[in-house]
Write a protein that binds this ligand. Structure first.
Ligand code: GLU
Length: 498
């Protein structure tokens, strides 16, 4: 497969380490990653920490955790290393300083000594920076520098004309140069701004395609002019539309919000919330890939491998999309149904352990097939099936309100349980199939409905109103334990075991 450009495909995700990962950023990473994988290219992680005030310690770990959890493998990055590192911008300051100075030498950039007070005044006047140092004589600039006056380096944006950019999603986009300011490239503390840093890095790291948020589109002409001034071949840019709130109004906020149309639930927007909520990585991948792009054939469920065969940045919709969070629960239950026993065991074990259960893997393997259709989230395993992993010896008889089913009384429940004991006791095979036929026959002969008998037994052996199917559950508990529990239940509602 070939890319539209003749260069080897290399894409990157370039987050700023400003705290928990927002789902919007992760979707940007996903589209960049999918594009690289589709073309057999490389995916690079670069940390953009040039705004030191906004840097939050621990963010890089959260970024890696999110990408790892979703299975987006990284070819080069701060953890992986690579030929074009370091992959953290604060470790590459010299490069930016060199190129900023080169642009000054070429008269494509200049030193600006405007003080914060002067800038504040300009802001107040409403016109933005007035370019007062753009044509400042070089000897006077050197004098000011010699006196130790702080300065920034600004780009000399063309004063007229238009810049036409080519966006992979939107096609040609035209901007009036007049609308743009002489942006700062290098700050007085020697740190670059995003404008300079990403260009120097994308060039040095041989990035062929930049997928980034649409918020950067207004700066696109500035970036094009910087690329030209540096004389470098530009990568192709794709500006991804934003995610809107589920109701379609306003940009999806950074914080968790309550939405009426999500059943009043607060919706996950931070990556660790998806992990904590018990979603499967495969379901989240499917969910995210489907926002602003579609697989085609009206297919809502498709694997990452399938997406990789078709994905193209060119096919991303230019329109903003409402965050379709309501789909995620449904997708998740579909993925749980389709997951292999081994995969589910791997996902459920830590959740049970976290809830305080000691998990026997053999037992987990028996239990997992019973859960597939019952779990909306992997977290549901605790209330539904935690009891399998509790200490059986300390199982307590359930209270009467759990044991006595709808349209049943204390007496009828006791009668059902009492009658079921010898029926179960007599079984040679305790398979659920054998139990089912014996207990069904028993219900018929005793005049109770199947539901009444099955429900009473379920409550007796699990102590829960919701659980995996009763007979499969008893098969795992075994005959002796099941009967012991039924006797305990009987005792709890009658005061006697018989
Ligand atoms: N650090 C920038 C951001 O987080 C990256 C934008 C880009 O991908 O170029 O918005």
């Amino acid at each position: 497969m070939t890319s539209p450009s003749t260069r080897p495909v290399r894409t990157r995700y370039a987050p700023s380490p400003t705290g928990p990962q927002h789902i919007g950023g992760i979707r940007t990473a996903l589209f960049a990653w999918l594009y690289a994988r589709r073309h057999g290219g490389q995916f690079i992680l670069r940390i953009e920490d040039t705004d030191q005030k906004r840097t939050v310690p621990g963010s890089v770990d959260l970024i890696l955790q999110a990408l790892d959890w979703l299975g987006m493998d990284i070819d080069e990055g701060p953890r992986e290393g690579g030929e074009f590192g370091p992959y953290v911008q604060s470790e590459r300051l010299e490069m930016y300083q060199t190129w900023a100075a080169w642009l000054v030498d070429q008269d494509r950039a200049y030193k600006c000594f405007a003080t914060p007070e002067e800038l504040a005044e300009m802001r107040k006047a409403g016109a933005g920076y007035d370019r007062r140092y753009r044509d400042f004589p070089a000897d006077r600039a050197s004098e000011l520098e010699a006196q130790g006056k702080p300065c920034v380096i600004r780009f000399k944006m063309p004063l007229g004309g238009v810049t036409i950019g080519d966006d992979m999603i939107r096609g040609p986009v035209e901007f009036d140069n007049e609308q743009l300011q002489d942006a700062v490239l290098l700050k007085s503390d020697g740190y670059p701004t995003y404008h300079l840093a990403h260009i120097v890095d994308d060039r040095h790291m041989r990035i062929s395609h930049v997928a980034r948020a649409i918020e950067w589109l207004p700066s696109f002409p500035l970036h094009i002019q910087i690329w030209r001034a540096l004389g470098w071949k530009m990568p192709q840019y794709a500006h991804l539309p934003v995610l809107l709130n589920p109701n379609g109004k306003g940009k999806l906020s950074k914080r968790k919000q309550q939405f009426a149309d999500a059943g009043g639930k607060s919706v996950p927007v931070l990556m660790h919330e998806f992990i904590d909520a018990g979603y499967l990585p495969s379901a989240v991948m499917n969910f995210l890939t489907n926002i602003g792009w579609n697989y085609g054939d009206d297919e809502e469920i498709f694997s990452t491998a399938q997406a990789m065969e078709r994905f193209d940045l060119k096919d991303v919709s230019p329109a903003n999309s409402a965050y379709p969070i309501a789909k995620l629960d449904w997708l998740n239950s579909q993925y749980i149904k389709r997951a292999s026993v081994d995969e589910l065991c791997r996902l459920l074990k830590p959740i049970l352990e976290e809830a305080g259960y000691a998990v026997d893997e053999e037992r987990l393997k028996q239990v997992v097939p019973l859960l597939r259709v019952r779990l909306k989230s992997t977290r549901d395993v605790v209330p539904i099936a935690g009891f399998f992993f509790a200490d059986w010896a300390s199982f307590k008889a359930p209270s009467a309100d759990i044991l006595i089913q709808r349209k049943m009384s204390r007496e009828s429940t006791a009668a059902v349980l009492r009658g079921a004991i010898p029926v179960l006791q007599a079984l040679e095979s305790f398979s659920h199939v054998a139990q089912h036929s014996a207990v069904t026959a028993y219900a018929k002969s005793s005049g109770f409905k199947n539901g009444q008998v099955f429900g009473s037994l379920r409550a007796a052996v699990t102590g829960q109103k919701v659980s995996p199917p009763t007979f499969e559950t008893m098969e795992i508990l075994g005959k002796q334990e099941s009967i012991r529990r039924i006797k305990l239940a009987l005792q709890s509602i009658t005061g006697s075991e018989s």
